[in-house]
Write a protein that binds this ligand. Structure first.
Ligand SMILES: Nc1ncnc2c1ncn2[C@@H]1O[C@H](COP(=O)(O)OP(=O)(O)O)[C@@H](O)[C@H]1O
Ligand SMILES: [Mg+2]
Length: 497
């Protein structure tokens, strides 16, 4: 809006908005000044929302005639702002009586067949004599009247220029344009004055947005019973009855879940479960709860202890776009690479079904090698929550034994009394493992020391290098995987998945 103003391209709606902004900002400042100034934001608002806002709002309200501006769709000023404009407007107002007199005199000079006539003013064209079309006037040549210049026919009325209207044009014809020009000059002056005070408007935007966010968080917290989190410098996250703030509003019966991550409870959670059992929602709620706690909000839970987190890395949703110029799998890889390269033991990493965008062996290998990277002794393991349907991850013993690693099964349970499907989380410690040593080595080859995306390109070369040794094993390995997946599916259905 200020940019439009600097370019002298201000619309009537801009003036209205600017008036509302500055007027309301003054009200906000007055309210906030009476509140405890120990709150930093209140103190900043009281200082930053200066008298300039009052100046802007009163200047606009004194000058701009909003009602007329909206009706006429252009900037119109109020009376008593500029005497020259007032004078011209008075003339313009008196014009209708004056023109009625002129019309009466003109009618006396016209043919007696013409029953009436009027004098009209059309901006940019000037004064015209307007007479109704009578039945005898059929063709163009019938429109000619002696002593008058025919101009045009519109809505069954003929318009002419007479000697008198030409005189009026010279005397008063520019009146309308003159008023517009003078009003535009006033608008330019007003614009300059507002642009001069521009910095205060930027402050208003900044602080109002902060205030708005904090008020919204406080209201949501009260309305939806959020709890106040305890922040600490420990490397742990512990949330009781954690909920997703948006999904809980859309579903009739939301089932809250616990979130636990620490060196004692394990920092890497591998979550499995059938489709639509709430894995993605669970990951998002963990991220949201931690984020909300860190921005100073209460969190949707009954109790929350959040150790400070230095970053949240996600591989959740890949938005494809031709403008990005990357395949979905490449986008996934970049996100994973970012997490692998940057996450520290204080970071939170959320990975939702990574590896689905490529063939099973590659996807599974990349996923396993990323997780092994974090579980590697001496490596600072971030808080990792990962959902996957690669059951082979533990069935083929792809991850090392580690106290940091635990498996969670997200599952639906049908409530007896409620027909809705309820979700709950169960934490499983290590499951029975199948030892497939060559898969382990294959995964080791892919262990990430450089970025995953680089690895993806390197993989072909590596595979080629080990082709001789692996060809036979590769085949056996694929067979094993297929069998393992099938076995797993059967086991799942046995378990009521
Ligand atoms: N804890 C929960 N309580 C109630 N409904 C849930 C819960 N978690 C998820 N849902 C519902 O289940 C749907 C599927 O969840 P989603 O996380 O996408 O499943 P998944 O990722 O396992 O396929 C969600 O759209 C939501 O409506
Ligand atoms: Mg999902």
């Amino acid at each position: 809006m200020l940019r439009r103003m600097a370019l002298s391209n201000t619309k009537v709606s801009d003036w209205q908005a600017l008036y509302k902004i500055s007027y309301n900002a003054v009200c906000i400042r007055d309210t906030v000044s009476s509140l405890p100034q120990s709150v930093q934001l209140f103190r900043e608002i009281s200082q930053a929302f200066s008298e300039d806002l009052h100046y802007i709002s009163s200047l606009i309200s004194k000058v701009v005639d909003f009602e007329l501006s909206i009706a006429e769709k252009h900037f119109t000023i109020k009376p008593n702002v500029d005497p020259a404009i007032d004078e011209k407007k008075r003339k313009m107002m008196g014009l209708s009586d004056f023109l009625t007199d002129v019309a009466r005199k003109e009618l006396d000079n016209l043919d007696s067949q013409i029953p009436s006539c009027s004098v009209i003013y059309i901006p940019l064209i000037g004064f015209l004599l307007s007479v109704p079309r009578i039945p005898s006037m059929d063709e163009n040549k019938d429109f000619e009247i002696e002593g008058l210049d025919f101009m045009f026919l519109s809505e069954d009325r003929l318009h002419y220029r007479s000697q008198r209207t030409k005189e009026l044009d010279t005397m008063l014809g520019d009146l309308h344009c003159e008023i517009r020009d003078l009003e535009t000059a006033v608008m330019t002056q007003l614009q300059e004055k507002v642009v001069e005070k521009g910095p205060v408007l930027y402050q208003v935007m900044e602080y109002s947005a902060q205030l708005d966010c904090l008020i919204s968080l406080a209201l949501a917290s009260r309305e939806f019973s959020y709890c106040r989190p305890t922040l600490s410098t420990e490397h742990s996250i512990s949330i009781r009855d954690c909920r997703h703030p948006l999904v809980e509003m859309c579903t009739g019966m939301y089932v809250s879940n616990p979130v636990l991550s620490s060196a004692d409870e394990g920092k890497m959670k591998v979550i499995t479960g059938p489709n639509s059992c709430g894995k993605s929602v669970y990951l998002k709620q963990v991220g949201l709860a931690v984020f909300m706690a860190l921005v100073g909000s209460n969190v949707p839970a009954s109790e929350a202890h959040i150790g400070l987190v230095d970053g949240i890395y996600t591989r959740m949703q890949s938005r494809e776009s031709v403008s990005v110029g990357l395949s979905t799998f490449m986008i996934d890889l970049n996100q994973m690479a970012c997490a692998v390269n940057n996450a520290t033991e204080r970071s939170l990493v959320l990975i939702d079904e990574f590896g689905k965008g490529t063939n099973t062996v590659d996807g599974l290998s990349l996923l396993a090698s990323s997780l092994r990277h974090w579980l590697h002794p001496g490596q600072a393991c971030p808080h990792v929550f990962i959902s996957t349907n690669f059951h082979s991850l533990f069935q083929l013993n792809l991850l090392p034994e580690s106290p940091l690693l635990s498996y969670q099964v997200q599952r639906d349970t049908e409530s007896q009394s409620v027909t809705e499907t309820l979700r709950e989380t169960e934490t499983y410690k290590h499951r029975e493992r199948h030892t497939v040593t060559h898969t382990q080595r294959d995964t080791d080859t892919l262990c990430l020391s450089v970025t995953l995306s680089q690895r993806a390109t390197q993989r072909d070369t590596e595979t080629q290098k080990h082709k001789d040794i692996h060809t036979e094993r590769e085949n056996t390995h694929r067979d094993t995987l297929t069998h393992a997946e099938t076995y797993n599916h059967r086991r799942n259905s046995d378990m009521g998945y």
